[in-house]
Design a protein around this ligand. Structure first.
Ligand code: HEM
Length: 250
């Protein structure tokens, strides 16, 4: 009889988490995020980050509402309580004034991100799950760490520039993350082509975010292509991220 330890079958949420671990590390290591973690981000770079993310969330949320009406998969990820567009608008009005939209130049990295979301919304809607995952689970996870740092280093607070990271309609962040992951696990019922597409799209979504971070700091266009996963080429495996390989820490 073979003497092997049975391996617990991995749900889709765990596979996804592991699949994005390298690109998550790349996002964490961008100069902008490192500066943010060190508390050296400037209020103007924070405003530009919010302004870049505003059309991204708006598109993501419009597409979610539109598709959820007819697509049962997207309907499972239609969490109104996670929507960020209005929170970002409140922050921008507070930090940059009511005419913020006319004073901050659009960022090409954000425009490319928006274009991609619209494209997949029209052609391959299941991929939208990859975008929702990258942003919302990120906001509920590392985003909460970034919020605490921003509070100290930028002097922002709830109702005063920091609503983006505040989820007043989510009573229990850990429970929300557990629910989101449970919805991801339901995708195991879909064909492998669909789950592979979600994984691929989540990685792309990270690349778009990295391009935004680099644009706040350097050349986001080059960064986007540099970070795209090449078919058949695995990114060098760093030590498995403790957060990616461990059980969800909530
Ligand atoms: C310095 C910045 C960051 C830190 C310190 C950080 C930290 C973390 C931590 C500790 C977790 C695990 C939380 C848990 O298991 O409950 C996590 C998860 C996650 N982060 Fe980040 N993060 C950062 C940046 C980002 C960025 C820029 C994105 C995407 C734009 C992102 C997206 C995610 C996602 C999608 C997860 C969920 C992984 C999963 O459980 O499947 N993070 N992050």
């Amino acid at each position: 009889m073979p003497n092997s330890t049975p391996v617990a079958p991995q749900g889709f949420s765990s596979r996804l988490r592991l699949a994005i671990s390298d690109v998550h590390t790349r996002a964490e290591k961008t100069t902008f995020i490192r500066g943010f973690l060190r508390g050296t981000a400037t209020p103007s770079s924070y405003v530009r980050l919010l302004a870049a993310l505003h059309p991204v969330y708006m598109t993501m949320e419009e597409e979610t509402c539109r598709l959820a009406a007819t697509d049962p998969v997207i309907a499972r990820f239609h969490f109104r309580e996670l929507f960020r567009t209005e929170a970002i608008e409140r922050d921008l009005v507070f930090l940059a004034g009511p005419h913020w939209a006319g004073t901050i130049a659009p960022m090409s990295a954000a425009q490319a991100y928006v274009k991609r979301i619209k494209e997949i919304g029209a052609t391959d809607p299941v991929r939208l799950v990859g975008h929702l995952y990258t942003r919302y689970l990120g906001d509920l996870s590392g985003g909460q760490i970034l919020a605490r740092i921003a509070e100290r280093s930028l002097g922002v607070s709830k109702h005063a520039g920091l609503d983006f990271y505040d989820f007043p309609q989510v009573a229990d962040i850990a429970a929300m993350k557990t629910l989101f992951r449970a919805r991801l696990d339901e995708l195991d019922g879909l064909p492998a082509s669909a789950t592979d597409a979600v994984i691929d799209e989540a990685s792309r979504s990270f690349c778009h975010n990295i391009a935004i971070f680099e644009s706040l700091d350097g050349n986001g266009f080059i960064s986007f292509f540099r970070n795209l996963p090449l078919p058949g080429v695995r990114a060098p495996r760093r030590e498995a991220l403790s957060w990616a390989s461990a059980a969800p820490a909530n």
